[in-house]
Design a protein around this ligand. Structure first.
Ligand code: FES
Length: 499
């Protein structure tokens, strides 16, 4: 089973870059930010080249829940407390502006993408959270936005209260982004063109792929994870989370609105058009990337059981999961990549709210390229050096890194090779060596050195997806050791074993 968004849409194939070309802006990464940025630049007559390492729109954009909302959990009390009212107001209105801009693009460009206006709610079923929701409602109202406290919502179970943001929206993200791509010159879009380096050469940058290069004055790194470690050091300023989505045909009418719980485990609900029916999308089971344990196998099952408890006739049709970057102070990084790389831009750390944030990011970057002042730019500054507000997260990250780098390396693995069951994997003691082994079958066994090719943290086995995941900064590899998710740039070292 795959993402509903991917399964229900086909995108055109684009060429691979295999020569040296020149343009005004190189955009690295053809997900929602890259495609929106290309669209905004094209509207202004700016030449661009869009480079994608795989197939366009096949990564994070394909695995979202695609809510278009300025309601990012109970976030505004946090923003006001930590950054002040003006900051929170700018954050709120940058996302409100994104909702109306996305709607305007859809209408003006006739993009058929199942766009629907919906109210968004953060609800609670816990007495303890009710006051937090009341406070959040007051805080948001003080920012000048008409949020509302609701005693009841349209979900099929009892809730104790919710905050409503009216006039939000949802859509089919791939249909939307595909609609944008179709407005762009196809000969400026390249897929299967992995960027391996970005170098300053005279007054310009050269963005190198494996088989060609793009010379440009500006470069925008719009990949899920920033592809350059130094300068920037984004791996020290972010962590990654994974979460899971299940889509089901319920065979009856569904609720109105989009919902997310205030309490852990965070559960989110929305519906989507599905022919002449409605599909239910429920997401949850969030955990830190690399924080794997035996319960991982239950992540989809738990959501499916929950859906079946609410709707006994549910037919589970799709399941997918996603990896999200979260900054230590929870505010995305958008703008200059580093003071040492003028005219190179970044957009990352969207904290799972990628639809409006993609628009906010694309608009800020296109304004910077066009020399237009942006009122929102300062709050997202990617080179901000103010003290990290989230001391707990930075403590966790350092602890995890130290543990993985030091303790795991000196502690021998507990599993013996002989004890590894068929269809499972893990870090095992193999003839006195510490190896990462996946026993696909009796005759097919894959072994790797179980240390991340990024900075060497010990990897953990993800039996749900048969991958090696890094608990330090979230790199992932398939069971053969091939790189799936950055910040690592290399594959794992493969080891031949003989029984
Ligand atoms: Fe940085 Fe693994 S992702 S060490």
């Amino acid at each position: 089973m795959n993402s509903y968004w991917l399964e229900s849409t086909n995108t055109k194939d684009y060429s691979k870059l295999d020569n040296d070309i020149e343009t005004e802006v190189s955009i690295v990464g053809a997900g929602m930010v890259g495609v929106t940025l290309a669209y905004l630049l094209h509207q202004q007559g700016i030449k661009f080249v869009l480079l994608e390492k795989d197939k366009v729109l096949s990564s994070t954009t394909a695995n979202t829940t695609a809510k278009i909302t300025s309601q990012h959990g109970l976030f505004y009390s946090y923003l006001i407390q930590n950054f002040g009212k003006e900051f929170a107001q700018k954050y709120l209105y940058s996302h409100e502006n994104a909702i109306s801009s996305i709607e305007y693009i859809i209408k003006s460009q006739n993009i058929d993408c199942d766009f629907e206006k919906q109210d968004a709610y953060v609800y609670t079923c816990s007495e303890e959270k009710v006051q937090e929701i009341v406070t959040e409602t007051e805080m948001v109202k003080a920012l000048g936005f008409q949020a509302e406290f609701c005693n009841e919502v349209d979900l099929p179970f009892k809730t104790l209260g919710a905050i409503k943001f009216p006039n939000q929206a949802q859509f089919h993200p791939i249909k939307y982004a595909k609609g944008l791509l179709e407005k762009l010159p196809a000969d400026c879009i390249y897929e299967n063109s992995k960027v391996v380096d970005v170098k300053k050469e005279g007054q310009h940058y050269k963005t190198y792929t494996e088989n060609g290069s793009v010379k440009s004055k500006y470069v925008a790194i719009t990949t899920h994870y920033p592809i350059i470690d130094f300068p920037g050091v984004y791996f020290m300023k972010m962590y990654q989370d994974r979460s899971y989505v299940v889509a089901a045909d319920i065979k009856r009418d569904l609720f109105q609105g989009m919902y997310i719980s205030a309490e852990e485990p965070v559960t989110s609900f929305r519906t989507a058009k599905y022919g002449d029916k409605r599909l239910l999308l429920v997401s949850g089971s969030k955990h830190k990337s690399g924080d794997n344990n035996s319960k991982l196998d239950d992540n989809y099952k738990n959501i499916e059981n929950y859906i079946k408890m609410l709707y006994s006739k549910a037919n589970i049709l799709y399941r997918w999961n996603t990896q999200d970057c979260i900054t230590l102070d929870k505010v995305p990084y958008i703008g200059e990549y580093s003071k040492l790389m003028p005219n190179v831009f970044v957009a990352t750390g969207f904290k799972k709210w990628g639809m409006t944030t993609s628009y906010v990011a694309a608009k800020i970057i296109s304004d910077k390229i066009l020399g237009v002042d942006s009122v929102y730019e300062d709050i997202y500054s990617s080179t901000r050096v103010e003290p990290i507000k989230n001391i707990k997260e930075i403590g966790n990250m350092l602890k995890q890194t130290a543990h993985s780098l030091v303790l795991n390396k000196i502690t021998p693995p507990i599993i013996k090779y002989e004890d590894l069951k068929i269809g499972t994997g893990g870090v095992v003691n193999y003839k006195g060596m510490k190896l990462g082994i996946y026993k696909k079958s009796e005759d097919e066994v894959y072994a790797v050195k179980p240390y991340c090719a990024h900075l060497g943290c010990e990897l953990s086995w993800n039996n749900l997806e048969k991958t090696w995941d890094c608990p330090c900064h979230g790199s992932r590899y398939d069971y053969e050791g091939n790189l799936l998710n950055e910040p690592s740039k290399k594959n794992l070292e493969k080891v031949k074993i003989e029984e």
